[in-house]
Design a binder for this molecule. Sequence first.
Ligand SMILES: Cc1cc2nc3c(=O)[nH]c(=O)nc-3n(C[C@H](O)[C@H](O)[C@H](O)COP(=O)(O)OP(=O)(O)OC[C@H]3O[C@@H](n4cnc5c(N)ncnc54)[C@H](O)[C@@H]3O)c2cc1C
Length: 401
Amino acid sequence: MTEPVDVIVVGGGMVGATLAALLGRSGVSVAVVEGGQAPTWSEADPPDLRVSSVNAAAQQVFVECGAWAAMEAGRAAPFRRLRAWDASGRGETCFEAGDAGLERFGWFVENRLIRTALWQALENLPAVTVVCPGEPLAIEQDVESVCLRLRDGHEITGRLLVGADGARSSIRRLAGIDMPMHDYGQHALIVNAVTTLPQQDITWQRFTPSGPQAFLPLVGHHASLVWYDAPDNVRRLQALSDQALIEAILGVFPAELGGIEAILGRGSFPIRRGHARRYRDHRLALVGDAAHVIHPLGGQGLNLGILDAAALARGIIRAQGQGADVGAAAVLARYEARRRPRNAAMIAAMDAFHRVFTAPIPQLRETAAFALGIANQAGPMKRLVMRHAMGLPAFGRAVGL
Ligand SMILES: Cc1cc2nc3c(=O)[nH]c(=O)nc-3n(C[C@H](O)[C@H](O)[C@H](O)COP(=O)(O)OP(=O)(O)OC[C@H]3O[C@@H](n4cnc5c(N)ncnc54)[C@H](O)[C@@H]3O)c2cc1C
């Protein structure tokens, strides 16, 4: 039995570690229970296969965590332009950050670097204890407190338990919260590539009826390719020799992208979506992928999770400052009311995007392609869409937490 804490966070991934850092910096006592290994990142390592686009709102939260400086000093690649087109050649649009009054759209950062920077921030916070490895076995929700029992017999008591343990959350399951999952029948092939040209500040996105292909800039001569396709096609691409895969990639992107010198790694993931029916239970809350899984084509999953962490942290810190109960139903209700509708809207938007571009009806796909062309002309609407995707309000610089 460890000392009772204010908040127990299960899952020291990018979202759980963010929540713990925000709370720890405000003096809220936290125990983080992580089932995997502590993250490590070194400049000498090749880039992590998993990278995330970090938008302006999430970046601001990382600054508040005291972790952004290490990410930027590591390998963070800014992107300022996005070019998207339909493979049929009927529609194309180009977004420039400057058109939305922004210096950049965001950054591509390796997931391992994000986690490592956050864990380093946690090390400097006396209010945070990390239990790693730790595996939840059972939870006991009492009137005044919640107790987490770990598989090794360890028990941790807190005022609030947060499930930040990803899409297969054991905390969600132990709390009996349902999260129906929809399988898109699509996989994502992720490829780490070395390019002949230095990193460009542009992301390329090509839409096809079987899914989009995106080429994302990383620091130096590195890039990340995400190729969404039917599972059989992804398996076939994954089995290609490096040279054949390079030819397949170069065959679908414009010449301005330059050549590919080498493939450093590849992997694939099934694509699904799901939304927990509720984000809370008695003295319990869900954040990040434990609460929602979104089609990754817009690069929004982590960004939404980071805003969950920020919203929940604000409520907890406010309650603590007022001498109130940090696990009170009112704190959790406010968090759910703030985040669930916003996340639902983004899940629906990405779902609609996926559906129109992969629709079995050619006319619908043509309309979508045509819409890309229209979007290219529609200045104010384009600005609104771009700022929304960055987690920013229509005007000004304030972050919508
Ligand atoms: C192909 C692909 C590309 C993506 N690209 C982007 C992008 O560009 N931008 C973006 O914003 N999002 C992107 N996403 C989504 C993003 O990766 C996720 O939303 C994000 O990883 C969720 O973070 P999380 O911390 O909630 O969950 P996870 O990253 O799943 O972390 C969960 C943590 O909990 C731990 N854990 C799990 N079970 C237990 C347990 N029982 N006990 C203790 N610990 C446990 C795990 O070890 C892990 O550390 C992408 C997703 C995919 C599939």
